[in-house]
Design a protein around this ligand. Structure first.
Ligand code: ATP
Ligand code: MG
Length: 421
């Protein structure tokens, strides 16, 4: 991609109402454009990041047998009247009338719809377990949208819904999804802290929030320091709670093991038994022909919030530092001297060669050297190949690692080899 043709409206100044780093940096790099409170357009840099996150989520969810669907963003109100949530959901739900005066709503979540699809088609216990998931936009009319896309009104969520024949099997599904989530967050190069969100009435903890450590997080976490080195299996039971639970429960953990940090909630999983299957009369027949209401769970990841959370966890005063797994491009080439034909030839040659295997942003814009270097650090692509006239005379270009700041000189051929092998 030629930067001169790429739509990334970067700016030199911070927006006055951006209170946290991710919001500030997403605006400055031209990733998002606000259209109303808590409602944002996602521009090319941001879409590329969302695509990378989506791909990782889908790979890990497919691995555990979850099946991707697309529920709808607009739902008829009657599904929610059946579950009893239409009134209960309150003002966060955006309610809509169609031209025939029918009541609709913009999905804040899709338990009812998943249950409706299930009851229409699934008749036998033999078809269970089933896990549906989707990656789709949600709308919640949050009372205080803030921090950019961190708490938006329109936001992208990965939501999943599971159906099992009995509690034991539902518990197994829950734990399988739990481990899948841990793998997802690790692949995103994040350190997930799964906190016990509420003790289920039956069989221990069956609701976890996944938190990412960040100073600007809205949650306060209390956790056992062992958690930072725990295996996936141990993570299910190692002590970690948010302040609400810490203050209300009696906690038995010694002071020397207790860690307290701020966190951002990026995922939430629940087991809720037959709440929706019973209310909506969704059942299957067991081997004796008896009607069984499936045990359900639901599983969310805040995909758009993750983009901001990753930036909170990985930035410095100069800008974003994208983890390689989700970076909008793998590498950027900075041609510092457009008027120097050697620079242009070498930069273009590297660009052509790398483009066969890598996603490359070639900065061919006619701006100053300083502006180019500043923008590259701001946008935070993991590797910068810097092509300047003095170095080129010596037969080398510079390869800079955005995270460490370390620069090494190498010949154009070496740098090509470095990325193609
Ligand atoms: P919160 O306590 O932050 O409001 P929630 O408990 O309402 O979250 P869920 O309904 O479990 O969230 O949604 C699943 C995930 O979707 C959350 O873990 C979060 O990452 C994300 N999410 C929820 N609300 C928003 C929002 N307003 N903007 C961006 N992401 C959100
Ligand atoms: Mg909420």
């Amino acid at each position: 991609m030629l930067f001169s043709r790429f739509f990334a409206p970067t700016s030199k100044n911070d927006s006055a109402d951006a209170k946290i780093a991710s919001h500030r940096l997403m605006l400055r790099t031209g990733m998002i454009s606000q259209t109303a409170a808590g409602i944002y357009c996602w521009l090319p840099l941001a879409v590329r990041v969302i695509e990378k996150i989506t791909k990782i989520i889908c790979e890990e969810q497919d691995k555990i047998g979850a099946q991707r669907v697309n529920f709808t963003t607009i739902q008829p109100a009657n599904l929610w009247l059946e579950s009893g949530r239409y009134e209960a959901y309150g003002k966060e739900m955006l309610r809509i009338k169609d031209r025939k005066d029918g009541d609709f709503l913009y999905s804040p979540t899709n338990e009812e719809q998943a249950t409706d699809v299930f009851r229409k088609y699934v008749k036998s216990y033999k078809e269970l377990p089933i896990i549906f998931y989707q990656i789709h936009w949600k709308f919640r009319d949050e009372i205080r949208p803030r921090f950019g896309v961190m708490r938006g009104r329109e936001f992208l969520m990965k939501d999943g819904y599971s159906f099992d024949l009995d509690f034991e099997s539902a518990k197994l599904t829950y734990e399988t999804v739990f481990k899948s989530y841990i793998r997802i967050f690790r692949r995103l190069e994040l350190t997930p802290i799964p906190v016990q969100a509420e003790s289920g009435a039956i069989g221990g903890n069956m609701s976890h929030e996944f938190q990412i450590l960040a100073e600007t997080g809205e949650s306060t976490l209390y956790y056992d320091r062992k958690l930072l080195s725990a295996s996936d299996e141990e993570l299910l039971t190692t002590f970690a709670v948010t302040s609400e639970k810490y203050n209300s429960d009696t906690i038995t953990i010694s002071e020397k093991d207790l860690m307290i940090s701020k966190g951002i909630e990026v995922g939430h999983i629940f087991y809720f038994g037959t709440k929706y299957s019973k209310a909506m009369n969704a059942f299957v027949l067991n081997e004796k022909g008896k009607e069984i209401y499936p045990e359900m769970g639901s599983y969310g990841i805040g995909v758009s919030r993750l983009v901001a959370a990753i930036i909170e966890a990985s930035h410095d005063p100069r800008g974003i530092i994208w983890p390689e797994a989700v970076a909008p491009f793998d590498v950027t080439i900075l041609n510092l001297h457009l008027k120097n034909s050697r620079c242009c030839d070498v930069a273009f040659e590297i660009y052509k060669a790398l483009s066969s295997k890598k996603e490359v942003l070639y900065d061919d814009r006619n701006i100053t050297v300083g502006e180019k270097l500043v923008d590259a650090d701001l946008i935070g692509i993991p590797w910068q190949i810097i092509v300047g006239s003095t170095k080129i005379e010596g037969g080398v270009v510079e390869l800079k690692n955005r995270k460490t700041g370390k620069v090494v000189e190498m010949s154009p051929n070496k740098v090509i080899e470095r990325f193609l092998n």
